[in-house]
Design a binder for this molecule. Structure first.
Ligand code: NAP
Length: 316
């Protein structure tokens, strides 16, 4: 019996994975995308996207659904399962999941990122009880409330702005006196009358029994400490790569992001990485989509080369 070997296995269903899936399926490669939850990745939990060229304003959820439908139209197979381990035997990759093993000639890792924890007392215990990492998932529960947003990057500014749809007051608490987030996000937040900024300040504790009631804050410049009442806190202090057990040792940077060249090739032949999980400068939907397309074309070229080399071996 002929073994069921895919040309391409894509691990992760965010914009990079769905684009890689679209390109690979359209190129008639036998492709499967493995995703453990909802497709769309981090994008699906972004309220408003206004920097995707050609689409002035769309929710992340809707853009994700459109990308999935588009890829499926070209024949992409999507399997909902959790990847446990990746290994390689000769030229064949083995992807072990909770729904069994999948085998392929190439793998494209598009597992994205997850939110970083603040690591302060109260955070773990009050997660889901006023501590959140997703404004679009939980913002609704804070109608007419006062919430804190911790962080100073694009996410903190963008999601802080989004939360004013529900909350009466949003305090963005940042540890420096300058935001890391881009000018457009800074301007939009500054113009929003419901947003207040607490700069040079860190949260040292999240307080509450059943639910968040307050934050213990400390001004880093003056040393002043105080407790301020909040009904909830949204933490946006950066991200970490989503990884799983991998028996093949690819190169990564010091934060664990996968190193690739400009063809999205990793240090392992046949293994490609695309999107936020890759070590790179700019993590945007647009860059993820570009990575996904490049990774897919590189995988196609690699498969052709593999076929050519194997034919040479047979002839010789
Ligand atoms: P980020 O850019 O890494 O910013 C993290 C922020 O959290 C920084 O301001 C950092 O402060 C602060 N921070 C880190 N550790 C902290 C701690 N222990 N206590 C207090 N503050 C802490 O992360 P991000 O905003 O999640 O963005 C991640 C990536 O996604 C970026 O590349 C961003 O451009 C991208 N993104 C894109 C979009 C979009 O395209 N629409 C939207 C959102 C995010 P310092 O500045 O002092 O280091």
């Amino acid at each position: 019996m002929k073994e069921n070997i895919y040309d391409v296995i894509i691990i992760g269903g965010g914009p990079a994975g769905l684009t890689a899936g679209l390109y690979a399926s359209r190129a008639m490669l036998k492709t499967v995308l493995l995703e453990k939850g909802l497709t769309g990745g981090q994008m699906a939990s972004t309220g408003v996207i206004d920097n995707y060229p050609g689409i002035r304003n769309i929710s992340g959820m809707e853009l994700g659904q459109k990308m999935e439908e588009h890829a499926k139209d070209f024949g992409l197979e999507i399997v909902l399962c959790e990847v446990k381990c990746l290994d390689k035997e000769g030229d064949i990759f083995k992807v072990n999941t909770d729904k069994g093993e999948f085998r392929s000639k190439t793998v494209i890792m598009t597992t994205g990122v997850r939110p970083r924890s603040l690591n302060v007392p109260g955070e773990k215990d009050l997660k889901g009880k006023g501590v959140s990492y997703c404004a679009i998932c939980d913002g609704f529960f804070f109608r007419n409330k006062k919430v804190a947003v911790i962080g100073g990057g694009d996410s903190a500014l963008e999601e802080g702005d989004y939360l004013t749809k529900f909350a009466d007051k949003v305090c963005i608490i940042h540890r420096r006196d300058e935001f890391r987030g881009g000018q457009n996000y800074r301007e939009r937040a500054r113009k929003n009358p419901k947003i207040e900024f607490i700069m040079d300040t860190i949260a040292t504790e999240i307080i509450g029994d059943e639910f968040v009631t307050a934050l213990k804050l400390k001004n880093k410049k003056t040393g002043k400490e105080w407790v301020e009442s909040f009904d909830g806190v949204f933490i946006y202090v950066g991200t970490l790569p989503n990884l799983f057990v991998c028996k093949i040792d690819y190169d990564s940077d010091k934060m664990g992001y996968i190193k690739t060249d400009d063809k999205m090739s990793t240090s392992i032949k046949g293994l490609f990485a695309a999107g936020d999980v890759r070590s790179k400068l700019l993590r945007q939907i647009t860059t993820a989509v570009g990575d996904g397309a490049t990774a897919s074309v590189s995988a196609e070229k690699y498969i052709e080369e593999l076929k050519y080399q194997n034919n040479l071996k047979k002839v010789g």
